[in-house]
Design a protein around this ligand. Sequence first.
Ligand SMILES: [Zn+2]
Length: 299
Amino acid sequence: MRDILFPSLKRQLQDYGGNGPADGVLTGDVHRISSVEYIDQNPIGRSSRSNPVTYLKAYDEIRQLFSRQALAKLRNLKPGYFSFNIPGGRCEKCEGEGEIKVEMQFMADIHLTCDACGGKRFKEEVLEIKYKDKNIADILELTVSQALSFFGEDKSGTAEKKIVEKIQPLEEVGLGYLRLGQPSNTLSGGEAQRVKLAFFLSKGAGNDPTLFIFDEPTTGLHIHDISKLLHALNALIEKGHSIVVIEHNLEIVKSADWITDLGPEGGEQGGELVFAGLPEDLISCKDSHTGHYLKMALR
Ligand SMILES: [Zn+2]
């Protein structure tokens, strides 16, 4: 998937240079998709300055909303004042990090809560601006689920509606428990992958048909979140996209329209095509371990 399918498709579709398999390896209705995305478990950002809401661009809307509160207007606090990435409203002692890193010579760095802002990342004049009793630091502490009900209360507000629309996909991929301001570098690989999926869900309909390749998206997921993930994957399909999933999880395997089973064993004893076809035909394939377990899963 990663070394052959992805680079070959990318070359064919986007005139992508780079090293890859020779042209002509891929045949079929390639023209029916117009781009390809490989959704892996690599971090969405290595810094503590990005987080799920900045990645989904929901933070822009939240800053706008705060700058429109009466006290903010009075103090002439523009949306930029509610950013922890640029000077203005952020605490300058910690530069909006909320903590100070102390480098130790022979030990891991120590992180101390910033004593100037008490870890709140902003100046007092900014923290005094409230939207429904919450300041910007309180908002960043909300979980995705809490934020959805908090901003969803006001059905008439267009800003609130936009915020809800942008955050909703995080809930849909089973990340309702993440805090809005959770630094990206603290997310697990599986969580980072689902934030990326949420990003594509938030883009809405009307995009060019894309082939998404997912590498083991159920890693670290609770059983009840797997059904949410399936739901999210189906939402992409309903928008006209196609999906290839590399997966061992039988809940995902049995939901596929087409299965390519490689084996017969793992690692060096594998790599052969054992089966390709419909899930209901795989269960009668005697050489397939997947088929054996799938039979039990389908019972
Ligand atoms: Zn500070």
